[in-house]
Design a protein around this ligand. Structure first.
Ligand SMILES: *[C@@H]1O[C@H](CO)[C@@H](O)[C@H](O)[C@H]1NC(C)=O
Ligand SMILES: *[C@@H]1O[C@H](CO)[C@@H](O)[C@H](O)[C@H]1NC(C)=O
Ligand SMILES: *[C@@H]1O[C@H](CO)[C@@H](O)[C@H](O)[C@H]1NC(C)=O
Ligand SMILES: *[C@@H]1O[C@H](CO)[C@@H](O)[C@H](O)[C@H]1NC(C)=O
Ligand SMILES: *[C@@H]1O[C@H](CO)[C@@H](O)[C@H](O)[C@H]1NC(C)=O
Ligand SMILES: *[C@@H]1O[C@H](CO)[C@@H](O)[C@H](O)[C@H]1NC(C)=O
Ligand SMILES: *[C@@H]1O[C@H](CO)[C@@H](O)[C@H](O)[C@H]1NC(C)=O
Ligand SMILES: *[C@@H]1O[C@H](CO)[C@@H](O)[C@H](O)[C@H]1NC(C)=O
Ligand SMILES: *[C@@H]1O[C@H](CO)[C@@H](O)[C@H](O)[C@H]1NC(C)=O
Ligand SMILES: *[C@@H]1O[C@H](CO)[C@@H](O)[C@H](O)[C@H]1NC(C)=O
Length: 469
């Protein structure tokens, strides 16, 4: 599953002799493996994708190489490919896969980790490479000629190097111009908690790279990016496109405590009623929802907030049950209220936090993590949030509802990236003794990968092809 960071071929240090030697070993091994593969398989030029073989040849990409040993007559189709399964690979091209830097004007100071004193830049030097995918490439000019790479007649050292290069090139790819063209006269909406805001800012920075005059991107009500309450809507005037963020940490509504509540009740979360902003979400061309980080005891009952259903407080409902009810409410809303047949709806999975030696409010920290986890056994089980979200989506399919929702399951790939949080490099003015931030993400950073997967999924869905260019 995980590429060992010390793995020789991908090491950026060219001068290291030992690594050169390892690279040689690796190439020999590759040659052997490839010959083996070529010997056992007949290769029909139109159907056999070299990518599958390249993946067999690159060791350590998976605990079960057999998943790539499919019958040549059934090529991995785009529909089958899961962009969220893959490996983090150290980026040999230092920064080639980075789309913007901390100078992007749409970033919260709290996400600009280098400006806030972070010294190691290693967290910027990884890219996500999905397993065995033929990634959609939008309008990319240099299309790769798939039929050129059949093994029978091309098993030469140069073809092997070509295959390796192509494998490297299968990193997720993002074309901001293409996305903006497709989104003309449209609305892209992010709704959820501050991690959703994190992703929204990453998205703004990624797409704004292809806008030459940044003055043509502005908040429609003139609000500054530092406004954290309510919502913000960024207009891309060249495209008549708005990219909007709605703060609604529970997605459902919250309210003051009902009359005659016990004295310690400060407010309620209405698990059977959508947030009032949801009326702005239903007409979006792309909607990305998320929730989870407020569905815990610290942000609910320990702060005096309890769940409410059918107009009455239910003091015995816990967060797991409450979240399940809220997801049902969301499902009903999405089935009935998503107006457009061509809306692309996503629910992003839980974004893991990485507090060590204590929770966020118990002095937990993550400032000593400068490398991703390399050991899959460090990966925690899927959180209950994901079960509720994916169940809601499955239920919609089962009921034959028209609204199609993508479960953007980034939990697994994100779990590895304990090194991507601001930790103690929080916004200027944060007290020295404040808790570390091991929940949000430095930008540029991990949410860029979520957005690349979002983009790849949209392209695969045929997102507004007719409006392009
Ligand atoms: C990105 O998309 C634009 C607009 O569709 C296209 O003109 C351009 O060639 C694409 N860029 C790359 C690198 O594929
Ligand atoms: C792709 O490769 C095949 C076989 O080598 C060739 O016949 C075909 O013309 C190529 N297509 C393009 C677009 O280059
Ligand atoms: C901008 O897009 C909106 C839809 O989001 C549309 O109603 C409006 O007419 C467009 N304006 C122009 C000037 O094209
Ligand atoms: C950028 O756009 C603004 C507002 O539309 C305009 O005033 C300014 O002259 C433009 N700058 C350049 C360099 O084109
Ligand atoms: C409160 O919620 C629990 C589930 O958490 C449920 O079993 C119980 O029936 C609810 N109480 C009322 C009065 O609805
Ligand atoms: C879709 O969802 C709604 C509400 O959840 C439900 O009433 C309806 O029967 C579902 N099925 C279809 C086919 O629309
Ligand atoms: C959406 O699709 C349904 C069924 O395909 C169709 O009856 C309806 O008119 C469409 N609505 C819009 C707004 O295009
Ligand atoms: C990380 O934070 C902890 C707790 O605040 C502190 O004791 C430690 O010195 C820090 N380590 C580094 C490497 O900055
Ligand atoms: C989300 O992805 C992870 C890692 O790929 C996987 O273990 C988990 O089962 C997935 N969750 C759901 C609900 O599909
Ligand atoms: C940080 O220190 C200040 C002043 O010394 C104190 O008032 C505050 O409670 C401390 N905060 C934390 C989280 O320890």
């Amino acid at each position: 599953m995980f590429m060992d960071p010390k793995f020789p071929y991908f090491s950026p240090k060219k001068t290291d002799q030992i690594r050169t030697k390892h690279t040689l070993y690796f190439l020999v091994l590759l040659l052997l493996l490839s010959s083996f593969v070529a010997f056992y398989f007949i290769c029909p030029p139109e159907t056999l994708s070299f990518l599958r073989f390249a993946y067999i040849a690159v060791p350590q990409t998976t605990s079960s190489p057999h998943q790539f040993l499919r019958s040549p007559s059934t090529p991995i189709s785009d529909k089958e490919c899961d962009y969220t399964r893959g490996i983090w690979v150290r980026d040999v091209d230092n920064g080639k896969f980075q789309y913007y830097d901390e100078g992007c004007p749409f970033l919260d100071p709290g996400f600009q980790c280098l400006r806030n004193g972070r010294e190691d830049e290693g967290y910027l030097r990884w890219r996500w490479q999905p397993h065995g995918c033929q990634l959609p490439r939008g309008n990319r000019k240099e299309k790769i000629n798939m039929s050129k790479n059949c093994f029978d007649d091309h098993l030469t050292p140069s073809s092997l190097i070509w295959i390796l290069l192509i494998t490297m090139d299968s990193a997720l790819w993002f074309n901001a111009t293409d996305l903006l063209e497709r989104s003309r006269n449209g609305r892209i909406v992010f709704a959820g908690d501050s991690i959703g805001r994190n992703q929204w800012e990453s998205f703004l920075c990624m797409v704004s790279r292809s806008v030459s005059n940044l003055s043509n991107i502005y908040e429609v009500h003139g609000n500054p990016i530092s406004k954290h309450k309510g919502y913000l809507s960024m207009m891309f005037a060249d495209y008549n496109l708005t990219v909007e963020y709605y703060r609604s940490p529970f997605l459902v509504a919250s309210a003051r405590a009902p009359p005659n509540s016990p004295a310690h009740v400060r407010g309620s979360v209405l698990v059977d009623e959508m947030h009032v902003y949801s009326r702005f979400w239903s007409g979006a061309d792309v909607l990305v929802c998320n929730a989870g980080h407020w569905w815990n005891q610290d942000k609910t009952d320990k702060m005096g907030f309890y769940f409410q259903e059918k107009g009455a407080l239910n003091m015995s409902m816990d967060v797991v049950e409450g979240f399940g009810r809220a997801m049902k409410t969301w499902r009903r809303w999405a089935s009935e209220k998503i107006e457009r047949n061509n809306s692309h709806v996503f629910f992003r999975s839980y974004s893991p936090a990485h507090f060590r030696q204590g929770a966020w409010n118990e002095g937990g920290h993550c400032n000593d993590s400068t490398e991703p986890f390399s050991d899959p056994s460090s990966i925690r089980p899927d959180p209950f949030y994901n079960d509720h979200i994916s169940k809601a989506i499955r239920d919609m399919e089962r009921r034959g509802n028209r609204t199609k929702v993508h479960f953007l399951n980034i939990t697994g790939l994100t779990e590895y990236r304990r090194d991507g949080h601001p930790s103690s490099h929080r916004e200027p003015g944060t007290p020295k003794n404040a808790s570390q931030d091991c929940s949000h993400w430095c930008l540029p950073g991990i949410p860029d990968t979520w957005n690349k997967i979002l983009y790849a999924t949209l392209i695969r869905d045929g997102y507004r092809v007719d409006r392009g260019g």
